[in-house]
Structure formats: C-alpha cells, structure tokens
Design a protein around this ligand. Structure first.
Ligand code: FPP
Ligand code: MG
Length: 329
C-alpha cells in the first residue's frame, strides 16, 4: 500500500460517500458535453484537495452527523472541481497534449471546446454551491478562484519579462496553489461547524502545505523522466523562473545572470539550453535550496497541528505533509 493509500484508508468510508456524491451531482446536459465531462472526471489525479477537506472535517468534528457529512462532500466537490477546471484551462494555455499520461481535453476535442468545458464545470459548481445555501463556503471558494486567475496572469507576465524575485515567486505560488489548499482545509472545518479559530488555523495549515506542495512540484519539474531519460523541465521550456533556478540566479553576478536569462529565452526550442540550465540548477544547489525552503513550510504545517489532540486524523494529516515533501510524482 502506498503512503497516500494508507492516508486515504483512514477516511475510506467518507471518500466512498464523496465519490458517490460527485457521481450523483456532477452531471452534464447533452451527449458531447457529458462525454467530455466523463473523460475529465475519470482521471482526477491524486485527489489531494478533497482528501484534505475530508481529513480536516474528520479532525474537527465533535460529533458525526448526516448533515455535516453532506456539507463535507459538497465542500470537497467544490474545491476539486475548481482544480479540475483550472487544469483544463491550463492545458489550453500551455498547449499541452497530455495530462496524467493520456491525451488532454484540448488534444482530444480541440481548445475551444476545452475552454467551454472548463467554464461549464465552474458554472455547474457555482450553481450547486449556491443552491446549497452555504454562502460562507461559496464565498471562500470564489476568493480562491480569483486568486488562481491572478496567479496565472502574474506567472505568465513574469515569464514574458524573464523576471522573478522571491516575493513575486511566493505570491504566485500562494495564489496558484496554496490558496485553494488553504480553502480546502478550512472548508472541511467549516462543514463540521468548528470554531472560528479552528477554521482559521486549518486555513493556515492548508496554505503552508500548499506552498510546500508547489515548491515540490517545481523541484520535480527539474527531474529527468524515467520513461524518456530526458529532463522534464517544462517550466524552463515555458520560460518560467521557479525557486530552484531563482536560488541560483540570486547568487551569480549581473553578467552571468544576463547570460543565464539569455539561455532561458532559448529553452522554448533548444534542448541544449534546457539541459544546460537543468545541470546548472542541480549542480549549483538550486534544488537543495528549494528543498530546504519546502521543508520549512512542511514544518510550519505540522506545527499548526500541535493544538489538536492525537488522533488517527491528526496522524493522517501529518503523514499527508510527509507525503507532499517526499513524493516523486
Ligand atoms: C497548473 O500549473 C495550473 C494551475 C495550478 C492553475 C491554473 C489556473 C488557471 C489556468 C486560471 C483559471 C482558473 C480557474 C479557476 C478556472 P502548471 O502548469 O505549473 O502545472 P502542470 O505541470 O500540472 O500543467
Ligand atoms: Mg501547465
């Protein structure tokens, strides 16, 4: 059993109820839209966000009731669908042909249909959320949606200008990843009527975990793919300066920095530049430095769980933090 499977096992019943809830609620009108939606929902990845909602709800629940169970499923679905829609749009923006080892929606149905599917998922999500009458939950979710868009635009602007600072990087990864993980953890607590303090504390926990999650993603992007033997390095090809490269750029003088940024500008269609920067980042300690900062966020997240009594759910959340730090996929 993988580390993630063990974590999932602690809330197996709740996850089953959640899957059934999504199947019942998230349907589409029309044959093509249904087929596309089905395709999008049939490969949803690791499911970290709904898992976080459910674990947080379980950790914060004083009593387990049917209404709290329904609210938890709803919160988990709302956050997961935002993630699903954002990746559909992201693959259009990045012109990516594959997602999780199979053709992306844009590769299979073209970009314009992809954009509409993403919009449809967001519209259905909001409609289901509003119909539930859980306006505080929906309002948190809307804040995370806006943050995702802001992060994406800032990231793209920085890539165009080949510019990055620590502050900008921190702001971008907060908006593109940590905010939604923070909302996921706090939504779980909200669903079981936890105190305001606990909801806020869960939000900080999810945000710290989310920062670590994105930094680890950025580290993993520099790894050589086992199936091709070539570096993944999609961020370099897209001109993105993430923490591992930034850590190196900060240490060199102005001339060398200009030279490396020139190299980055070539990465879009020059594999020699990609491999050059990948080796540089690996050999000059960029990955180690990013790993160290990622571990600081993990330690912060685990520290925030100290106010909770020991339980199977607290342990599962600590294990989730360790999984995020150690994952290689
Ligand atoms: C994946 O990043 C993408 C995101 C985390 C967010 C994308 C957000 C948008 C496209 C804005 C639209 C927002 C909504 C709410 C629909 P990545 O390209 O670094 O990762 P990848 O390697 O998985 O593609
Ligand atoms: Mg992408």
């Amino acid at each position: 059993m993988s580390a993630l499977d063990t974590i999932r096992a602690s809330v197996a019943t709740e996850l089953e109820a959640y899957e059934a809830f999504v199947e019942r609620q998230f349907t589409a009108e029309g044959e093509l839209l249904s087929e596309m939606l089905q395709y999008a929902l049939s490969s949803r990845g690791k499911g970290i966000r709904p898992l976080l909602v459910i674990l947080s709800a379980s950790l914060n629940a004083s009593v387990k009731g049917a209404a709290a169970g329904r609210r938890t499923c709803l919160a988990a679905m709302l956050v997961e669908m935002i993630h699903v829609a954002s990746l559909i749009h992201d693959d259009v923006i990045d012109e990516s042909d594959t997602r999780r080892g199979r053709p992306s929606i844009n590769a299979r149905w073209q970009s314009h249909k992809s954009v509409i599917l993403g919009d449809y998922i967001l519209a259905r999500n909001m409609s289901i959320g509003l119909q539930s009458g859980q306006f505080d939950l929906v309002s948190h979710i809307c804040g995370a949606m806006a943050a995702l868009c802001e992060g994406e635009v800032e990231q793209s602007d920085c890539a165009d200008k080949r510019r990055m600072t620590r502050d900008l990087y921190t702001d971008i990864i907060y908006k593109k990843t940590a905010c939604l993980l923070g909302v996921s953890a706090s939504a779980g607590a909200l669903a079981v009527s936890a105190t305001r303090d606990r909801v806020a504390s869960m939000r900080r926990f999810g945000e710290a975990l989310g920062m670590a999650f994105q930094i680890q993603d950025d580290i993993l992007d520099f790894r050589t793919q086992t199936h091709t033997g070539k570096p993944a390095c999609n961020d370099l090809r897209e001109g993105k300066i993430t923490l591992p490269l930034l850590a190196v750029l900060e240490r060199v003088d102005e001339n060398r920095r200009a030279e490396l940024l020139e190299r980055l500008a070539c990465c879009h269609d020059d594999e020699t530049s990609v491999e050059y920067l990948q080796s540089l980042v690996t050999n000059e300690g960029g990955l180690d430095e990013a790993g160290r900062i990622m571990q600081e966020y993990i330690a912060r997240a685990i520290g925030l769980l100290a106010e909770y009594d020991d339980s199977v759910y607290r342990k599962a959340l600590i294990d989730l933090c360790r999984f995020v730090a150690e994952r290689d996929l």
